[in-house]
Ligand binder design. Structure first.
Ligand code: 3PG
Length: 416
């Protein structure tokens, strides 16, 4: 048992039907109908392989999201193919979630066999809009279709979906009410890695927060500063631009237009008290980059042209951030410094990522864009831990007990 949750070590799974919830939600290229990354699919391979090797009948449940929440109409069929290649053993797929076809396929499984069910969000009760609107308790989630139809076929529920642990949905929190449950190996590893940063970070502990997900970044910033977890927070991307505007600095009309278009304008006022309180620890870039006539230009804060649209941090900021990172013992990263996808605007992200790769500090990288940047610069082996979670990591680092953690703890207390 770890963190009040049972692990796979506590169960003999031979001959047992294991209902295993994984997070293999990947960006989909709609034009070619293919998965843009297989990072998360790779992440849950150890758990699936272990269960299959130990003779379990493995039933995989997973969601595949899309950019618009209620349009989760993408099948998990391609994921089964990728899993099969990674596991080097057959992975069956059934285009059903909990109907008669799925149940029949589960009953027919033999020891060691693996079956992936279709996108669980084809069930409306599994959708995030349903979750937000109805806020079902975990007891009520156990009464939903998916749990009442599938749980009687299972002996054990395993959750390996740390990346979805912030979602309060039946395949994540309902089975723990009615079946003995454990976390999978990826869940365990990710929980350990993020707890290390939350509970006992070696100091100096530096957070690097960038990207465009403002509310997540500010929520996290407040928690890590108020709890004394972070000694310094280095900022980039839209996070830095909003803080600069809150500090009364010119950030250029282009940046302001983007902030307005994204409906983030209120944040400029809202974030002022946090910035005032932690001014000495929140590091803003001293210079920034913008593009003019197709060329990269940089200007110091205070000299940003009124028409500019900021796209990256500048050379002076990169040098300062590199120095701070080199003196840190723990660095936690969420979000790039600018538009790293394009050559003329990637300098800041590349420079910071090089410093992360070069430091002896414990480096934790989380969030889709940060992982993509790490892959782009071929630095995966140089980071201490790359978390598959984005939203869940932020919620965890914001101090919340994640719904899935709560449900797994409940199961640990309820079942032998
Ligand atoms: C994620 O990508 O953060 C998880 O897979 C959860 O996906 P969702 O935001 O579609 O619930």
């Amino acid at each position: 048992m770890r963190f009040g949750i049972k692990t796979l070590d506590e169960y003999d799974v031979k001959g047992k039907t294991v209902l295993c919830r994984v997070d293999i939600n990947q960006p989909v290229d709609k034009a070619t109908d293919t998965l843009k990354s297989i990072n998360r699919i790779r992440g849950c391979v150890p758990t699936i392989r272990e269960l299959s090797d130990k003779g379990a009948k493995v039933v995989l449940m997973a969601h595949q999201g899309s950019d618009i929440e209620y349009k989760n109409f993408y099948t998990t069929r391609p994921h089964a193919k990728v899993l099969q290649e990674l596991l080097e053993r057959p992975v069956q797929f059934i285009d059903d979630v909990c109907g008669p076809a799925a149940r029949e396929a589960i009953k027919n499984l033999k020891e060691g066999e693996i079956l992936l069910l279709d996108n669980v969000r084809f069930q409306s009760e599994e959708q995030t809009l349903f979750e937000m609107k109805l806020k079902l308790s975990h007891e009520d989630q156990a009464k939903t279709q998916v749990v009442t139809k599938l749980a009687p076929l299972g002996d054990l529920y395993v959750c390996d979906a740390f990346a979805a642990a912030h979602r309060d949905q039946p395949t994540l929190c309902g089975f723990e009410q009615v079946l003995p449950s454990a976390m999978g190996r990826l869940f365990e590893a990710e929980y350990c890695a993020v707890s290390k940063v939350m509970e006992n970070p070696e100091h100096p502990c530096v957070f690097v927060l960038g990207g465009a997900k403002i509310s997540d970044a500010f929520l996290m910033m407040e928690t890590v500063l108020s709890r004394g977890i972070a000694d310094k927070v280095l900022t980039g991307g839209l996070v830095a631009n909003i803080l600069l505007a809150a500090a009364g600095e010119e950030i250029g009309e282009g940046s302001l237009a983007f902030i307005r278009k994204s409906n983030y304008e209120d944040w400029i006022e809202k974030i002022k008290p946090l910035y005032e309180k932690y001014k000495d620890q929140i590091v803003l870039p001293k210079d920034l980059a913008y593009v003019e006539n197709g060329e990269r230009k940089e200007a110091k804060v205070g000299e940003i042209p009124a028409a500019a649209g900021l796209v990256d941090i500048g050379h002076e900021a990169v040098a300062e951030y590199q120095k701070i990172i080199s003196e840190a013992k723990t660095v936690c990263v969420n979000g790039p410094m600018g538009i790293f996808e394009e050559a003329i605007t990637e300098y800041g992200t590349k420079g910071v990522w090089d410093a992360l790769a070069g430091t002896e500090a414990y480096t934790l990288i989380g969030g889709g864009d940060s992982v993509t940047a790490t892959e782009k610069y071929n630095l995966k082996d140089k980071m201490s831990y790359i978390c598959t979670a984005g939203g869940a990591l932020i919620r965890f680092l914001s101090g919340e007990e994640l719904p899935v953690v709560k449900a797994l703890r409940h199961a640990a207390k309820t079942f032998d």
